[in-house]
Design a protein around this ligand. Sequence first.
Ligand SMILES: [Zn+2]
Length: 359
Amino acid sequence: MVRINSTSGHEAAIRQHLLGELRRLGCRPSVDKKGNIHAVLTGALAHGPTILFNAHMDTVVPGENVRPKVLSDRIVSDGTTILGADDKAGLAGILEMLALLQEKNVLFHKIKIILTVEEEIGLRGAKALLFPAVRADYCFVLDSDGAVGSIVNQSPAQEVLTFKVRGKSAHAGLNPEDGVNAIKIAGLAISQIPSGRLDGETTANVGSVRGGTASNIVPDETIVVTEARSRSEKKLQKQVRGMLHAFRSAAKKLGGSVEIERRREYEAIKQPKNSAIVRVTKIAARRLGLPHTVASSGGGSDASIIFGYGVPTVGLGIGMENVHSKQEYITLRNLTVLPQYLLALLEAAHDYERRRRSK
Ligand SMILES: [Zn+2]
């Protein structure tokens, strides 16, 4: 699959491939308006949990014409592109799990599969999902680094703030006193904003500054794009308030104005360690003798969107490493153990629900 070009927004070829594979495995997949693939499998059990498996179809750049090399213990690219284990290892894990389900005649109640587009450019595929489609008792998102058996149970909420700073243009040599320099306002505001890693669960960044046209014109507009993330909503709000204040007061001080666009990108995930889904991941890891580690992530993923719908969700380590770089790789061991782990999750979830019902 890594040989099939599928950078974000160009998923048609990988989608065709996946639809064919899913049909071959006995599914009747459908494609929604955004281009995401959906499949629902109904098993032989009348009762049991609905389990959703999710991965994304797109890759980052440079991700075209990937030439994978299979070494003795791992798969790498030829060094000119990414490998695309992010997230094709996730796709492969799901397909192989479906094959194992058939081979081993595994009993289950209901499995849902959602394969999204455009995850890497702002979770756009996931954001187009509607609630009935994502409704599930357990959701496993196959899109984290770390060995199979590790999970991500916490990730931050993110807000993106765009500041359109307005000043007043004037000739820089003839009448500078008539101008208000929008770049200076932006600079003053930026200097007041704490950024980088602010504490164990909060980060902020000034990501881009655009403004000005020539040395002899006092610039009348500067656009600054920033973001803040935190696993604590309170800390996120505090940081956002500080950023808003910095721009408003800088504009006021230097005689300009600021227009603010505020966008919530996704919500935080907090899946308690004693929740059913985390316990199920632990039971499954133990059955296969895999180390079970629970970690928090600094980034958003499709999991952030699905969790936002109230679906119990965790991210699964799928063994991909150095993602988003030309040094990306995955070990053969992780690639082969992943489908077995997914199957173990399915069985552990059914056992867990059965015990809960009989209590
Ligand atoms: Zn990914």
